[in-house]
Design a protein around this ligand. Structure first.
Ligand SMILES: [Zn+2]
Length: 264
């Protein structure tokens, strides 16, 4: 499904960011409730947009129009265990409101649709959410000079109250540095992303084994969640040396996050 190009998700997010930074409190992590009540329940939009946090069985988030009106409601599931994920879902539903409400009257999101990279509508709502929660201007001002490490990744996640995966994807998309982010479990890649300037990686696709000489494959036997960045030569690329650091998720999922920065 294609959408109206005038409703491009980044442009819509930037419009709200400008509003928040110039005329709003300009505080971050952004207060989405305050943004919604300050923006849409005033001049310029004839209907209303409100938010309800309740227990639901069938979805994590939903944008729905009240029949016969121009009033919209974002429903958020209070049972979502991870508050950062709930924030992202909130911003995702706001993205549907800003970019897609001319398409239909109801958007319902489960974990599957929130991670659907094939649907234009879902992908655009995620781009909107990421751009709104982590504005490019702040990102570049505060984080572009630092090396790409799991320590930086955690700092970004805390600064914007976003998941580490969402924070990593935003960094990778905005940076000019050659770098990559790998999520793995039991030595196999589950998810990965690399910047435009990154070289070809020895292992990158879902199901690939971590490279034999990488730090990710041979982390230190300790209980620490974050490791220092270490040089691991050509472990990830035949053409460029790199530094690697690790983050271990002890919440029960067994995921390992690896930040790789190529140093030439
Ligand atoms: Zn959606």
């Amino acid at each position: 499904m294609t959408t109206n190009p005038s409703n491009a998700p980044e442009r819509e997010a930037n419009r709200l960011t400008l509003f928040w930074q110039k005329f709003g409190p300009n505080t971050y992590p952004i207060d989405i409730d305050a943004l919604v009540s300050g923006t849409f329940n005033g001049d310029g939009f004839q209907g209303s947009l409100s938010t309800r946090l309740e227990r639901f069985d069938s979805f994590e988030g939903c944008l729905v129009k009240t029949s016969g009106t121009d009033d919209w409601t974002i429903l958020l599931n209070s049972r979502t265990p991870n508050k950062r994920r709930l924030r992202f879902t909130y911003a995702h539903e706001l993205g549907h409101f800003m970019c897609h409400r001319h398409l239909r009257d109801r958007f319902e999101d489960s974990e599957a649709t929130l991670n659907d990279f094939h649907s234009d509508v879902e992908r655009e709502a995620n781009i909107f959410a990421s751009s709104l929660l982590m504005p490019a201007n702040l990102f570049r001002d505060e984080f572009s000079a630092d090396p790409w490490t799991t320590e930086l990744l955690c700092a970004i996640g805390s600064r914007f109250e976003c998941s580490l995966q969402a924070s990593a994807l935003r960094y990778i998309n905005l940076t000019s540095k050659p770098c990559a982010f790998i999520v793995s479990r039991d030595g196999m890649i589950v998810w990965s992303s690399k910047s435009k300037t990154s070289p070809f990686l020895r292992a990158f696709k879902f199901g690939d084994e971590l490279p034999e000489l990488s730090y990710a494959k041979n982390p230190p036997p300790s209980e620490v969640a974050i490791t220092d960045s270490v040089q691991t030569g050509y472990s990830w690329s035949e053409s460029q040396c790199c530094k690697e650091s690790q983050y271990f998720d002890y919440s029960g999922n067994g995921f390992q996050y690896t930040c790789v920065e190529f140093t030439g």
